[in-house]
Design a protein around this ligand. Structure first.
Ligand SMILES: Nc1ncnc2c1ncn2[C@@H]1O[C@H](COP(=O)(O)OP(=O)(O)OP(=O)(O)O)[C@@H](O)[C@H]1O
Length: 782
């Protein structure tokens, strides 16, 4: 069946009062005011479509068409009320008008130019935007908030105090030294409104400014809006859920499901649709839209067919109807000024435009539009302002900043006290068949050894184990000692044969003639609990080298050649490093760089995301700050912070933990700072690709462990599976870790290729991250 003609549809819907005006009103795709000169429009939207598509790393990209072919015309020097139920796309279209977002297709012209075009003043001082959310930093005072936005919009310093005082009085706000966070919700929204007014922009965009505002103050706000539009200085676009207060606007745009149902003066809308109030007008238009495009929605038809009481449920009824009352009391409007050309009057349009019945008009007078000049502060001024804001933010969050600065101290201490030290106090179950319990170990030392009547070597061995910080516990038999290991009471069972001391001397004296019995009798038997490889390695190493040392000292004491007890390998003075090098020396360079890299990354992500989440970032962008300025200002502050953290980490490692270092300190500091910068750039990239802390945490967690294990910090990269080795070298931390290790342990400088590569790879990664950030900022607009 062919779709019903609009007139039939209207009649079928019971729209007796709709008349021919409704019949010609487009219900989708809005209308074009063809006759209107573009110069008369402060804002023009044509054939606008907007589809939201998630660009988050972690969300499936599902399209949501929010604006569907919307046309909108806002005449200069007027108040334009944009009305519509929650979710119909009002905020979305406003964001496109202020240049905060970009349409999927269609055109927006704000103050005669495309938002964002050079010299357009939008985003910038051409527009005052009050978003729906607070978008102010709650840790600032009202005065600091005004100073911040006044600075960015070029309000002269000498005028700022005067304007601040006037706005506080006008909006009934508490004193300027009050913190935003300590104000009530309504007061906070009024501060937000004041911020939009502060620089007296030619275009004011207010997203529900009167929510939670006292009726009297609400009327004062409307009066003020009428004042500033009356002299033609300012154009206002306002959204509100209080449908009746919107009658005070010159023009109303009734929006539903991403399109404008009608756009006209409130009085004319009421007259045309023969309705008593705007809610009825809206309902009629909604029903018509639902009938004409039933696939779009059935809500309106349901509302009409069913319960009439549900009418306009998305709007708040006019509580005390202050607006209507005020309207009635207001003196009659003065005649329209001559500045509105006759050709653009409603009557003229009726004759010329096929859309005449809904053509742009106003039943309020408009004054001549005042030209304005773009007042754009320099980039340097913006940067200074942002740096001032970041510093103030840090000052207000001093405990958190102190935590970030002191965190490296704690981490260094933790690292030094937990990693790389040999385990102490390991219990050994000892069965000594040589002589039962030994005397006090002090008397069993080698220097008190009597070679003519040797005391028991096994007792000296036990004393040696105590010196190595083992805890020998004597058991009556080998079986009992092994049983202790099986029960987890000891890490090893140690057995000394009955004639251990004699057998040792016989083994040395008999040399090649020593019997098997002598050889076996001179051996200490050890049964290890090998369930912990590191413990086993420590025990094997300590007992082997401890035995050699004990025997060499014993034999030397008794005029034997101590070398007889040695093994035929001599480790000379090391070419690089120290004799008793520890795991700590190996792990420290990688650990220091990892700390610096990830702390810088975390600080950058935290700073940018907190600004993003508070909405302050978007608001700063609307008043003309560029994302590059924001990024660079963060880079400056974060770099200072990172240098401080780097110094703390290096002092902790080199001076407190006394990690061995033979390297050139200047290059070491330079590499650490570059790594911190690299981490910061990665943090910027992560915060520009993610929307919230949760996503950023996933990225940080996801990258942390692979970076650590693949960078060779924990284990030599040469020991990795071959397939991962190449990938490991390609990561930002790997070459830098090797480079720092060579500098510290070998004393090399960047004249050695292995050290130079660490610097070069870090610089390459910085360039990659920065380029990616700039690319994302350019292309990743929502
Ligand atoms: N960044 C975004 N990504 C995806 N969808 C979005 C985004 N912003 C808004 N939307 C969706 O677009 C639709 C219109 O949202 P919008 O905020 O423009 O509505 P609105 O008319 O201003 O509503 P309200 O009066 O409640 O503020 C909603 O369905 C919303 O979920």
């Amino acid at each position: 069946m062919a779709p019903a003609a609009p007139v039939e549809a209207a009649e079928a819907a019971g729209l007796e009062g709709a008349g021919p005006a409704v019949l010609t009103a487009p219900v989708a795709g809005g209308r074009q005011d063809a006759a209107m000169d573009e110069d008369d429009a402060a804002v023009l939207v044509r054939k606008a479509y907007k589809e939201y598509r998630s660009k988050s790393l972690f969300r499936k990209s599902v399209g949501n068409m929010v604006i569907r072919g919307l046309d909108m015309t806002v005449r200069k020097g007027t108040i334009y009320g944009l009305l519509g139920a929650s979710g119909c796309g009002k905020t979305t279209i406003l964001k496109n008008i202020v240049g905060q977002d970009q349409l999927t297709s269609g055109e927006v012209r704000t103050l005669g130019r495309t938002p964002g075009a050079p010299g357009s003043g939008v985003p910038g001082s051409g527009v005052g935007y009050m978003p729906q959310e607070l978008a102010l930093y709650i840790g600032f005072t009202i005065a600091e908030t005004f100073r911040y936005f006044g600075w960015l919009t070029g309000v002269p310093k000498e005028e700022l105090a005067q304007r601040t005082a006037a706005l506080l009085k006008f909006l009934d706000l508490p004193p300027a030294h009050c913190m935003i966070g300590q104000l009530s919700g309504g007061q906070q929204r009024r501060v937000s409104f004041a911020v939009a007014l502060l620089h007296q922009p030619p275009l004011l965009i207010l997203d529900e400014p009167t929510v939670g505002v006292d009726p009297i103050l609400r009327q004062r706000i409307w009066d003020h809006l009428m004042d500033i539009t009356a002299d033609g200085r300012t154009t206002v676009i306002i959204t509100t859920h209080y449908i009746e207060e919107a009658r005070q606007a010159h023009t109303l745009g009734l929006m539903r499901q991403g399109v404008l149902l009608a756009e006209d003066a409130p009085g004319r809308l009421l007259e045309r649709y023969r309705c008593a109030n705007m809610e009825e007008v809206f309902l009629k238009l909604s029903i018509l839209q639902a009938r004409t495009c039933p696939e779009d929605d059935e809500d309106a038809a349901d509302a009409h067919d069913g319960n009439q009481n549900r009418r306009g449920s998305s709007f708040v009824p006019p509580a005390a109807a202050p607006a209507a009352a005020a309207d009635a009391e207001r003196p009659p409007s003065p005649p329209a000024p001559a500045a509105v050309p006759a050709s653009r009057t409603p009557a003229a349009k009726s004759a010329s435009s096929p859309l005449a019945s809904v053509a742009f008009t106003s039943d309020r007078p408009q004054a001549a539009w005042q030209p304005w000049t773009v007042n754009k502060p320099s980039s340097m001024s913006n940067m200074t302002c942002l740096l001032w804001k970041h510093s103030l933010w840090m000052w207000r969050n001093l405990p958190m900043v102190a935590f970030l600065v002191l965190l490296p101290v704690v981490q260094c201490m933790l690292f030094g006290m937990t990693v790389g030290r040999d385990p102490k106090g390991l219990k050994l179950a000892v069965a000594n068949d040589e002589g039962g319990r030994c005397p006090d170990p002090v008397h069993s030392r080698v220097d008190s050894f009597n070679c003519t009547s040797p005391s028991l070597l096994s007792c000296r061995y036990l004393a040696m184990l105590k010196d190595l910080e083992f805890e020998p516990v004597l058991y009556d038999s080998v079986t009992a000692a092994k049983g202790a290991v099986q029960k987890g009471k000891a890490w090893a069972a140690v057995h000394f044969p009955a004639n251990f001391t004699d057998s040792i001397f016989a083994r040395v004296n008999d040399g090649q003639h020593a019997t098997n019995e002598t050889l076996i009798g001179s051996e200490v038997n050890v049964w290890l609990d090998n369930s912990n490889s590191y413990m086993s390695t420590v025990m094997q190493s300590d007992m082997t080298y401890g035995t050699i040392d004990l025997l060499q000292r014993t034999l030397g004491h008794c005029d034997y050649n101590p070398a007889v007890a040695g093994i035929p390998v001599r480790f000379e003075t090391p070419v690089y490093g120290i004799v008793n090098t520890e795991f700590l020396d190996f792990a420290a360079p990688g650990c220091a760089l990892t700390l610096i890299f990830f702390m810088s990354m975390a600080s950058a992500v935290g700073a940018i995301l907190s600004e993003k989440n508070e909405g302050l970032l978007d608001r700063s962008l609307v008043v003309g700050v560029t994302m590059r300025e924001v990024m660079w200002s963060h880079i400056v502050i974060q770099t200072l912070m990172m240098i401080l953290q780097t110094i703390i980490v290096l002092v902790g490692f080199l001076e407190v933990l006394k990690i061995h270092n033979d390297g050139p300190l200047g290059y070491i500091v330079m590499l650490c700072v570059l790594q911190g910068f690299c981490g910061m750039c990665l943090g910027m990239l992560v915060s520009s690709l993610t929307d919230n802390d949760q996503e950023a945490t996933f990225v940080a967690l996801g990258s942390f462990f692979p970076f650590i294990v693949l960078s060779g910090m924990m284990w030599p990269i040469e020991g990795m599976h071959w397939s991962l080795r190449k990938m490991g070298w390609a990561l930002p931390l790997t070459m830098a870790t090797t480079s720092l290790r060579y500098m510290m342990s070998r004393g090399w400088d960047p004249g050695h290729a292995e050290v130079l590569y660490g610097f070069l790879s870090t610089l390459v990664w910085i360039a990659i991250f920065l380029a990616s950030v700039l690319f994302v900022l350019r292309t990743h607009k929502r």
